[in-house]
Design a protein around this ligand. Structure first.
Ligand code: KMH
Ligand code: ZN
Length: 276
């Protein structure tokens, strides 16, 4: 089995300090959380950014500041800006995170529209997805194909047939937002992608640890962090993203799976070696 890539989704766009006071907002807090995850074994940082008051933003300047600050303390980590942003943002706003310098190695590409709790709808029309995919391909950015239900795999594969994606494809299965966070659904997702693709999975909220354990056993890669869950165990708030990554490392060790460093993660994902 390939070594395990751990992605830390350190910030998100929806979770707040009211949920957990350790959720990062400022540039310093974001860099602190990235370093805690990196030191614990994360090779990839999935990045959203905020203004100091916690408001989510896709502002290019704010992304640049946060990425520069992360780079100072995590010299070789893979940084994957979100192009999902927060519900309700325009496509142009969302794409700003791909305009930083140097061009990101990866970015997320959300592959469909879904319910996002309460009255919220996360909108990704076919034309949005096509446009984002085309721009990422032109800029040499590897998309992480964000999948909230099986139909989104089918949409991604349609984009692939139009020549908008470069192989090997990399998927992220998000369980517990739209589709259920069950091992049955996880296995169905993992069995529905083309051979040679790589995949990461995350379980939202209390599902984080079951999905992490199943994913490690199945040979997938794991995402954890404040974006997806604020608890380290039932009723206990996590102190940091690093603490959550440490827990994944422990589960992986128990199951005999080694952890990938950033260079190994790049090789597994088919990314070119890091130039620095
Ligand atoms: N915040 C969600 C609306 C992504 O990063 O691409 C979208 C999201 C997915 O988090
Ligand atoms: Zn995200």
């Amino acid at each position: 089995m390939k070594k395990l890539i751990i992605t830390a989704c350190i910030c998100g766009a929806e979770v707040t300090k009211d949920h957990n006071p350790n959720v990062p907002y400022t540039v310093e807090e974001i860099a602190r959380e990235a370093k805690s995850a990196y030191d614990a074994g994360a090779s990839l940082i999935h990045l959203h950014v905020r203004w100091d008051d916690g408001t989510p933003t896709q502002d290019k300047g704010r992304f640049q500041e946060c990425i520069d600050a992360i780079r100072e303390v995590c010299p070789d980590v893979i940084i994957q800006p979100s192009t999902g942003g927060a519900v309700g943002m325009s496509d142009l706003e969302r794409l700003q995170s791909t305009e930083v310098v140097p061009t990101p190695e990866m970015a997320t590409l959300d592959c469909g529209t879904c319910n996002f709790g309460g009255d919220e709808i996360f909108v990704n029309s076919d034309n949005t997805i096509k446009n984002f995919a085309r721009i990422m391909k032109e800029r040499g950015i590897k998309p992480e194909l964000e999948v909230f239900d099986k139909g989104m795999i089918d949409i991604a594969l349609r984009m692939d047939r139009k020549g908008l994606l470069k192989h090997p494809l990399h998927f992220d299965f998000v369980l517990g937002v739209q589709m259920s966070a069950t091992v049955r659904d996880l296995a169905f997702m993992a069995g529905s992608i083309p051979p040679g693709s790589t995949w990461t999975a995350t379980g939202i909220g209390r599902h984080a640890w079951n999905i992490a354990a199943a994913t490690i056993a199945m040979g997938g890669h794991v995402r954890v962090g404040f974006e997806d869950s604020v608890y380290i165990e039932r009723g206990v708030l996590a102190e940091s993203n690093g603490q959550m990554v440490e827990k994944v490392v422990k589960i992986a060790k128990l199951l005999g799976r080694e952890i990938a460093n950033p260079a190994e993660a790049r090789e597994i994902l088919g990314l070119p070696p890091f130039k620095g």
